[in-house]
Design a protein around this ligand. Structure first.
Ligand SMILES: [Zn+2]
Length: 430
């Protein structure tokens, strides 16, 4: 038997009142659970006040989402609700796709007080922490990200040799809680990685734990193959560090080899246009940071469908102007938090959601911010049809907010419901 949404809501009112009383009595409104893979054949139906279609910018009232085996089977306004279905009632809330962060370092923690000598912090972390320590540190930050609404993140190095792979696999097995991870393993870089200068006899030992240094195209090819073998989902390259810049030949080889393996390339590029232009010409998939990139290079990025991943802080005029140039050039923006500082006052997830304020200051509309937080990184990380939108066949990665984020983007700083792959991670009720 099937009943209409309206009839169903009528039947449910009394039940909901009783349930709310129970929930208040126990005062524990948050539920955490994450399975290795949600194979639930039974139908779950989620109802909400409205659905934010981040692709069109429309607010669609009375959405009904059919969820089965961790994916969205069907989504539409006012669909019938089978009586046999398990119901998740968010009828006072706005639903949208889970948030995505395209640039994190979950297995890395920077303590400013150690930095009395330049580079001391990263050297201490690399030398003192085991791979196990780094993976467990990553477990802490992965959980924090998920609990702020990030259902997918891309982890771009500074994660020891392979800690991010161990972390990704542990999340996928349901051992620890976290977003679905797309990891790069060690970044491929010029000599020295991103470490400050150190004694030559120490370089090999320390640098190679965090970076793979290359000096010609054969080494570039080997580095990509090593990353794939180690379990990388994508390749991270450091195009420039200080005066050292990878060559055109090395970059072209990296992109060619990555394409052959079907993985994408994320390019760290700073310091004006030079490094970005080299990476864009080689055909990477995203440029990270590019704080001062020019309109000309941005135009080329737009033509080649290369994403910009701005990792911006608030109040920096040159970052804001660069976002405006990127928007004018129609470059797709994918949000990247790039957080690694230790901060005992809050969680990394909360700082990440707060970072949308810098995009707002840069003149992005709420819809543009939402697209940079969901749809654009969704395609950049996973290709079409998997994450970043709420459509048939996508993973059931869903968050909910009290207000319409198209009216108030800061409502994302306090999401009230989180579902990852059909598993309810947090639900503070209707
Ligand atoms: Zn970074």
């Amino acid at each position: 038997m099937k009943i209409s949404t309206h009839q169903y809501l009528g039947h449910l009112t009394l039940k909901l009142v009783l349930l709310k009383i129970l929930v208040l009595l126990f005062c524990n409104t948050t539920i955490y659970s994450q399975t290795a893979e949600n194979n639930q054949k039974e139908l779950t139906v989620l109802i909400a006040k409205a659905f934010i279609d981040v692709q069109t910018g429309k607010t669609i009232m009375n959405p009904v989402v059919y969820i089965r085996e961790g994916k969205i089977e069907k989504i539409g306004s006012g669909l019938e609700i089978p009586t046999s279905a398990k119901i998740i009632d968010l009828s006072g809330k706005y639903i949208l796709p889970g948030l995505i962060d395209a640039h994190t370092h979950l297995c890395h923690e920077y303590h400013g007080e150690l930095e009395r000598v330049s580079g001391a912090n990263t050297i201490a972390e690399t030398v003192k922490l085991t791979e196990g320590d780094r993976a467990l540190l990553g477990a802490k930050y992965a959980r924090e990200m998920l609990l702020s609404g990030y259902t997918s993140v891309r982890d771009l190095g500074n994660s020891g040799t392979n800690s991010s792979v161990a972390l990704r696999d542990a999340i996928n097995k349901g051992w620890v809680m976290g977003p679905r991870l797309f990891v790069s393993t060690r970044a491929i870089s010029p000599i020295g990685g991103q470490f400050s200068k150190m004694a030559p006899e120490m370089q090999n030992l320390i640098v190679s734990k965090e970076y793979v240094e290359i000096n010609n195209s054969d080494e570039a090819r080997r580095a990509v193959r090593q990353a794939i073998y180690d379990g990388a989902d994508c390749i991270k390259i450091i195009v420039n560090n200080d005066k050292l810049v990878l060559s055109e030949e090395e970059l072209t080889t990296i992109v060619e080899e990555a394409k052959r393996a079907g993985v994408k390339v994320a390019a760290h590029a700073t310091n004006g246009d030079g490094p970005s232009l080299l990476a864009v010409k080689a055909g990477v998939n995203s440029i990270e940071h590019a704080y001062t990139i020019s309109a000309d290079v941005l135009k080329l990025m737009s033509e080649k469908n290369i994403y910009l991943v701005p990792t911006d802080a608030s109040g920096v005029e040159r970052y804001q102007k660069r976002i405006q140039r990127a928007l004018a050039a129609n470059v797709k923006i994918a949000f990247g938090s790039d957080l690694y500082y230790y901060n005992p006052q809050t969680t990394r997830g909360q700082i990440a959601v707060g970072s949308y304020r810098s995009y707002k200051e840069s003149g992005m509309t709420n819809l543009q911010i939402l697209q940079s937080a969901t749809m654009h990184p969704g395609i950049l990380l996973a290709g079409e049809g998997k994450i970043g939108l709420l459509q048939n066949g996508y993973f059931a990665d869903i968050i909910a907010s009290d207000e319409n984020p198209l009216d108030n983007i800061r409502t994302l700083e306090n999401v009230v419901f989180i579902m990852k792959g059909g598993d309810v991670i947090k639900n503070i009720g209707n």
